[in-house]
Write a protein that binds this ligand. Structure first.
Ligand code: MD3
Ligand code: FE
Length: 244
């Protein structure tokens, strides 16, 4: 095992055995106002079931960026419509056998891109490996994603509080990868009206949401303007799911 992996593994076992607060409460002590940012491969327990792997994806950002650019040719980003008739501020597309879609008929996973009539682009192996490694690092050894929702935020775009509830097995985690401009993530509770905690997420940060965190409300504050050296004036978020 490399030194780096050993350090991460040690930190994870510490995080896993430290107990933390009761389910449904946030470990405020794990969320200092100034979370370290440039700290390569640090592991932070965020709440029961949620682990932040700071900059876990940073070393393969060029591969991720290339694939995100290439997806435009087969399955371009689009602003989907919610069942309530609103157009989403976040533009979306998907990699993998299943893709998340929303329209007037509702939310669902679909094997065919409704805009093109074609399957979604295959999940690149580097994406799959990244998600599997992150899930394993957080204690989910049997995670095999079949869906990768790709969210694109431009300055001003936000994602309102929601739960991810369209997957079959809520025992499987969701792995999220933040790329490009930094964002403030809102992490709520079991009810929409529960208080939220703000979590800054930067380029390369990976979060694994499982266990008691899996069904909690969450969202993203309006993206602040800026320019990322690689991704430019946008934030890309990948969410890996076992949907089917
Ligand atoms: C917490 N995306 O695509 S990723 C989404 O940054 C979504 O684009 C956000 O919420 C984004 O559904 C946040 C973080 C995330 C994903 C799934 C979760 C947080 C979660 C599921 C349960 C709890
Ligand atoms: Fe979500």
């Amino acid at each position: 095992m490399h030194d780096r992996s050993r350090r991460v593994a040690a930190q994870i076992s510490t995080a896993a055995s430290s107990g933390g607060p009761a389910a449904g409460t946030l470990d405020e002590a794990a969320l200092p106002p100034d979370v370290p940012r440039a700290n390569a491969d640090s592991v932070e327990p965020l709440a029961p079931g949620a682990v932040v792997l700071r900059r876990f994806a940073a070393s393969i950002d060029a591969v991720l960026w290339q694939a995100v650019q290439q997806i435009e040719a087969q399955a371009p980003f689009r602003h989907m419509e919610t069942p309530g008739g609103f157009t989403m501020a976040v533009a979306m597309t998907n990699f993998g056998p299943l893709g998340w879609v929303t329209d007037k008929r509702g939310y669902r996973y679909a094997t065919i891109d409704p805009d093109s009539g074609l399957p979604w682009p295959a999940l690149p192996e580097a994406f799959r490996a990244l998600a599997v490694r992150a899930a394993r690092a957080a204690g989910f050894g049997d995670f095999e994603p079949d869906a990768c929702l790709v969210n694109r935020y431009v300055p001003g775009a936000r994602l309102s509080l929601h739960r991810d509830a369209d997957e079959r097995d809520f025992g499987q985690p969701i792995v999220s990868v933040s790329l490009g401009l930094p964002a403030t993530f809102l992490f709520g509770g079991a009810k929409r009206s529960d208080p939220t905690v703000r979590v800054p997420l930067e380029h390369g940060d990976v979060v694994v949401w499982g266990g008691d965190a899996r069904m909690r409300y969450h969202g993203v504050l309006a993206l602040k303007d800026g320019v990322d050296p690689l991704f430019g004036r946008q934030r890309i978020n990948l969410t890996f799911r076992k949907a089917g």
